[in-house]
Design a protein around this ligand. Structure first.
Ligand code: AMP
Length: 371
């Protein structure tokens, strides 16, 4: 099949690398000014701005059988236009919901799925009223274009609220969240095929540094049956209620075993990269399988698996020479804090996995140094 991907970053690269193995061909839609380094050599790149009408874009993409996305910030109107010509998976509607924190939280609430307590500021309360109702500390997030902690503000007291209110002359659409006092952050990667077959990966435990994902460890430690059942229920509810097609990523807060959804991503996710080297069907392969209506492959690793992001740095040869380490390099230029690759590692037991992640972290991110 021919598959077109909206976006040209590392997720598009890894989707295409997985899909090439299955005999698929790829083309890519580039936004203005978007770097296409990651997908160089993997298929034709079409500049979105050169084609204002969906039929012309569809032709330029090589008449794909399926259009998919590697990011949520894609024009929904464009995807709806392409949907007149071929399957668009996930659906434009699922992408529209996940583009906007307010719509996403409301959709979760309507499905009975727990989130942080929140108020939307679009046509409701003022910033002041919302923060007063939810209490301090409060997280204020812009509804659109926020990721890795960007476009969000942590308000600890009335002074920081006043400073933020003064800084924003006219408020963009915002959501205010009460703080969740979580023990840890988890995520689940879930997939559903066109025919409705589903597959769930084990919960990953994620650690961040300066607001950016640094490591994922799979399976997350000490997950009770009840917590696992909650995670499965959340994932299956979303996949089935939305008739979702492809990989859906679910970021979760774990508060004493009770789960709340922090955020959804209608795509493959950084916290699922471990799956490339853990003896399972990777999230990339399963996304391609799902959107080409192939039953998802195995998601349950026999080993313990970990992932460490390479943020603004290249690993040295000694580190890469270790037998249990696999490098995934995105062919981007290295800039401070930028995700330029990741390393996957596997171990027979959890203690060894944690030891290896600690050793890799010490080598790559010397203590005390900022990213
Ligand atoms: P986000 O961009 O929504 O994923 O938020 C980035 C990070 O901020 C999360 O990974 C959490 O560590 C933290 N965070 C966001 N929202 C909340 C909240 N309501 N309560 C506590 N921590 C939060």
């Amino acid at each position: 099949m021919r598959i077109a991907i909206a976006g040209c970053g590392q997720l598009a690269r890894m989707l295409a690398l997985a899909g090439w193995e299955m005999g698929h061909h790829f083309s890519f839609i580039a936004d203005p000014d978007e770097s296409t380094d990651c997908v160089a050599g993997l298929g034709p790149v079409v500049a979105r701005d050169d084609y204002h009408e969906p039929p012309a874009l569809f032709e330029a993409l090589g008449r794909p059988n399926v259009v998919t996305v590697e990011k949520e910030h894609v024009s929904v109107a464009l995807l709806e236009g392409l949907a007149d010509h071929c399957l668009v998976a996930p659906s434009p509607e699922a992408i529209r919901i996940c583009q906007h924190r307010g719509r996403e939280k409301t959709a979760l609430q309507n499905l009975g799925i727990n989130t942080a307590p929140f108020q939307l500021l679009e046509d409701g309360p003022s910033l002041l009223t919302a923060v007063e109702a939810l209490g301090y500390p409060a997280f204020v997030k812009s509804c659109e274009q926020g990721y890795d902690g960007q476009n969000q503000w942590l308000l600890r007291d009335p002074d920081s609220l006043a400073a933020l209110a003064a800084q924003m002359e006219s408020l963009p659409p915002l959501v205010v969240e009460g703080a969740v006092h979580f023990d840890r952050e988890l995520s689940m990667i879930a997939a559903r095929s066109v025919s409705g077959e589903t597959a769930l990966y084990p919960l990953a435990e994620n650690r961040h540094r300066e607001g950016i994902l640094l490591t994922s460890e799979v399976p997350a430690a000490n997950i009770s049956d009840e917590t696992q059942a909650q995670a499965n229920h959340i994932a299956r509810t979303l996949l089935e209620q939305w008739s979702y097609v492809g990989v859906l990523s679910i970021e979760l807060f774990d508060e004493g075993g009770a789960l709340r959804v922090n955020e959804l991503a209608p795509r493959v996710h950084n916290s699922g990269h471990w799956s490339q080297d853990a003896g399972v069907t990777s999230q990339f392969s399963n996304h391609i399988r799902a959107i080409t209506d192939t039953r998802p492959g195995n998601t349950q690793p026999a080993l313990y698996a970990g992932m460490m992001n390479l943020l603004g740095r290249e690993p040295d040869a000694a580190l890469l020479g270790a037998a249990d380490v696999n490098l995934h390099w995105y062919t981007k230029s290295v800039r401070s804090r930028r995700k330029v690759g990741h390393i996957n590692v596997q171990a027979k037991d959890r203690a060894r996995l944690q030891q290896r992640l600690a050793e890799l972290e010490a080598a790559l991110y010397p203590e005390g140094e900022p990213l």
